[in-house]
Design a protein around this ligand. Structure first.
Ligand code: BGC
Length: 761
């Protein structure tokens, strides 16, 4: 080692120890501050801190102000402007005895005012910078609105598209979701959790919510420990390791014990095994729900189970306030149980910088924007930039796309002109009228170069029961009362006059939401009849899909000449879709969830286990693991997405055929853009442990690179592998790599891969 290096090392070590010392001092100061404050708190004030409530009809503002001043509320959610939250903070810091500041939370999932594509769409970008940008802008806008905390990232692995909340997460894959969990957490946190534009991330829903039985929302989860540790828990851990300030507890039971009463989950795993220091928050009304889960007799027992399990804050129910004092008096819970929870709530407030300045994010009234909803406050260019990266080209025969900006284009479909649906589920403070619809995006793009004609074609649903369900709060799904056939005929007429048909079809946003599980994954309503009628015109047919989950699209894939999956693409969605349809942006998205052929195939996910009788493509299927009525495998696999250009991959070259523990091995491929457009694609690396102590998935994503190549360009893409990439949880839940042979597979999707093998010594 030369002198310079040595000096660098010494300086590095010294600065690390200074940092460690500073961190220790900061932690000491925080603990001392909180201990001192807690000494002054009455029992009622302590319990008040554990209450997180939503302003609504049951809790109108005058009452809330009184409760805050009495020290009976720790934080609120769903009040989302500076002028709404300022008086609440005034009530806490000017009128409550100990002046403990409030915090203000909200579900900022994929944007606050500027709405980015839904999370499943963001995941399809496989672009960590784009996802980070969406997270950072969300935090900037939310904190400018006075918010301190978001109930995000939502990192539940979802492998069952019947579950409506698939839209809200980042898909089926543990590695991809964990990478995104880290990026989202960092981008919400910003430079430092206490910063004025830092939004405290509360990762959710802990744990396993995405695995609800049958994809039915709120259902229970029963899962083997190895699968839990290997596949479902890592994304939560990744977010916590990246600095999430808290955890929202899932509504489901985990192996028989509701998460809200699950001491193993909240204490043994979260606190002891993972060393988590931060606040745990129940989901909405979840403590009281312990009664209906069948583990608590009454409110009293529910409160006892929750506080003992380690639920610090209770969201929107009164049981802590009503039950904890008597439980303590009767010796059924200890003072320590309450104090532990209070310490974490105060700790979160401390970390958010609220004791230093309760108005850090509320600011001064004089600086409030004149119009919180002003368009000038949006981040439109960034929303468009991110949205176009999330669109996935599923089919493109005969170079139907990109379209030319000429001639006549028939635009068909109720969703083509729907502002509300562009926002997707959990759209925070997004305003429908500020979104650009697909029709508007196409209009902006063609100017006067081409003629657009529009026909509605079909309602997204005509079923009165479904409409009643979806429209129970606001009119989510608009219905054109004309007879269905009349609308289809009108669309056919429009198609006949056009050179190409762009049909925008899919789900309404409310169909892919909380409490929106489905038993079919078809295009709803008469949209399938509409597509058949459009196909019959013989005009080139482009399907623009809007949906928040994988759908079953076997027939549509045969009928369409081109298909573009656009999810619910957000504020600038229409412009982003137009960018891709006209080739102003070459699509680069890849699916983050497999698209099944039929509902009976579920679950369909790429990282499934092998069986003793695997189905082998091209061979007779008898006595192999498959369904005899259905083509094997998904319609569109995980990681799949086309481009306007053609990419090809060479065989895989390994630097060595053995890997030593502690050593490294590289796997390289040459990626070539042999088409005529510049473009980006995602090179994906999968591993398979050929013979281990327990059966391992047929392949698992372990790394990827998103690569931009000019037309004709080629590039060597190299991945470095180490022992860590080979580790898994064995039947004793020991995380280790076992010696033996590993297949390394590299591809542009999870199915079509090039393979090599090496051994771990
Ligand atoms: C959802 C949570 C959400 C909470 C607050 C619940 O119904 O399950 O994800 O954070 O409401 O809005």
């Amino acid at each position: 080692m030369n002198k310079l290096c040595l000096l660098g090392l010494v300086v590095g070590l010294a600065s690390q120890s200074v940092m460690a010392e500073t961190n220790a001092t900061l932690l000491h100061n925080k603990n001392a501050f909180i201990a001192n404050l807690m000494k002054q708190m009455t029992l009622d004030e302590k319990i008040g801190q554990l209450r997180l409530i939503s302003i609504g009809p049951e809790m109108p503002q005058p009452q809330i102000l009184k409760e805050i001043a009495a020290g009976r509320i720790g934080g609120t959610f769903n009040s989302i402007t500076r002028s709404e939250n300022r008086p609440l903070q005034d009530a806490a810091v000017a009128h409550s005895r100990l002046k403990i500041p409030m915090f203000f939370a909200y579900d900022v999932i994929h944007g606050q005012r500027t709405i980015f594509p839904i999370s499943l769409g963001l995941a399809a970008s496989w672009d960590m910078d784009a996802i980070g940008l969406a997270g950072r802008i969300s935090a900037i806008e939310a904190t400018a609105d006075s918010l301190d905390m978001t109930f995000a990232p939502m990192v539940d692995i979802s492998r069952d598209p019947r579950w409506g909340r698939s839209s809200e997460g980042f898909g089926e894959d543990t590695y991809l979701v964990s990478r995104i969990a880290k990026v989202m957490t960092n981008s919400f946190n910003g430079q430092h959790p206490g910063g004025a534009d830092s939004l405290m991330p509360i990762v959710k829903h802990f744990a396993l919510y995405g695995a609800v039985e049958g994809g039915k929302d709120y259902n229970s989860v029963d899962m083997s420990p190895t699968r839990m540790y290997q596949d479902y828990l890592p994304p939560y851990r990744a977010s916590l390791d990246a600095g999430a300030g808290g955890v929202m507890i899932a509504l489901n039971a985990v192996n028989g014990v509701p998460a809200t009463a699950n001491t193993w989950l909240l204490k043994d795993l979260l606190r002891k095994e993972w060393g988590f220091k931060g606040v745990t928050i129940s989901d909405h009304g979840a403590i009281k729900e312990l009664i209906r889960h069948g583990v608590a007799r009454d409110d009293r027992e529910a409160a006892k189970l929750a506080i003992k399990a380690g639920v610090d804050m209770s969201m929107n129910d009164k049981v802590y306030g009503e039950q904890l004092p008597a439980l303590l008096k009767d010796g059924e819970i200890a003072q320590q149980d309450i104090d532990n929870a209070v310490r974490e709530v105060l700790g979160a407030k401390y970390d958010m910088g609220l004791f230093a300045d309760p108005y850090r994010r509320i600011g001064a009234a004089a600086q409030d924007p004149q119009d919180t909803y002003a368009d000038s406050l949006l981040h439109r260019p960034q929303a468009r930039e991110v949205a176009r990266k999330t669109l996935v080209l599923l089919k493109n025969d005969n170079q139907t796309l990109p379209l030319k900006k000429q001639g006549t284009i028939a635009v068909v479909g109720a969703l083509a002109k729907s502002h509300l649906d562009m926002l997707g589920s959990w759209s925070a403070a997004g305003v429908p009228n500020q979104t650009v619809t697909v029709f508007e995006g196409l209009t902006n793009a063609v100017g006067n170069k081409a003629k657009l004609i529009y026909a509605r074609g079909a309602n997204v649903s005509d079923d009165p029961k479904i409409l009643e369900y979806l429209n129970f709060m606001i009119t989510e799904v608009e219905v054109d009362p004309r007879p269905a056939q009349e609308m289809i005929d009108e669309a056919v007429k429009a198609a006949q006059q056009a050179d190409v048909v762009v049909a925008v079809v899919g789900e309404s946003r409310g169909m892919s939401h909380e409490s929106a599980s489905r038993t079919t994954l078809n295009l709803p309503g008469r949209q399938r009849d509409l597509i058949a009628a459009l196909k019959a015109t013989g005009k080139p047919l482009v399907l623009v899909l809007m949906n928040g989950r994988p759908l079953t699209l076997v027939k549509e894939q045969q009928q369409a000449d081109a298909m573009l999956e656009t999810w619910f693409p957000g504020t600038e969605g229409g412009n982003a879709v137009a960018d891709v349809l006209f080739g102003d942006y070459n699509p680069s998205g890849k699916l983050a969830m497999s698209f099944p052929r039929s509902i009976g195939q579920l679950p369909v996910y790429y990282a499934h286990f092998g069986t003793g009788r695997p189905y082998v493509p091209g061979k007779p299927g008898n006595y192999t693991s498959q369904y005899f009525e259905e083509t094997n495998g998904p319609l569109f696999p995980f990681g799949f997405g086309l481009s306007y250009t053609q990419f090809s991959l060479s065989d895989v070259t390994l630097s060595n055929d053995t890997l030593k523990r502690g050593g490294k091995l590289t796997a390289s491929v040459t990626l070539k853009n042999s088409g005529k457009y510049d473009g980006e694609t995602v090179v994906q690396l999968y591993l398979h442990d050929v013979a281990a102590s327990i059966s391992r998935p047929v392949k698992e994503l372990k790394n990827f690179q998103k690569v931009m190549l000019k037309a004709g360009e080629e590039k060597v893409i190299t991945f470095t592998l180490s022992e860590d990439d080979l580790k898994f949880y064995n039947s004793q839940l020991k995380y280790a790599a076992e010696p033996g042979v590993f297949d390394v597979m590299i591809g542009l999707d999870s199915q079509d891969v090039k393979q090599q093998s090496f051994s771990l010594l």
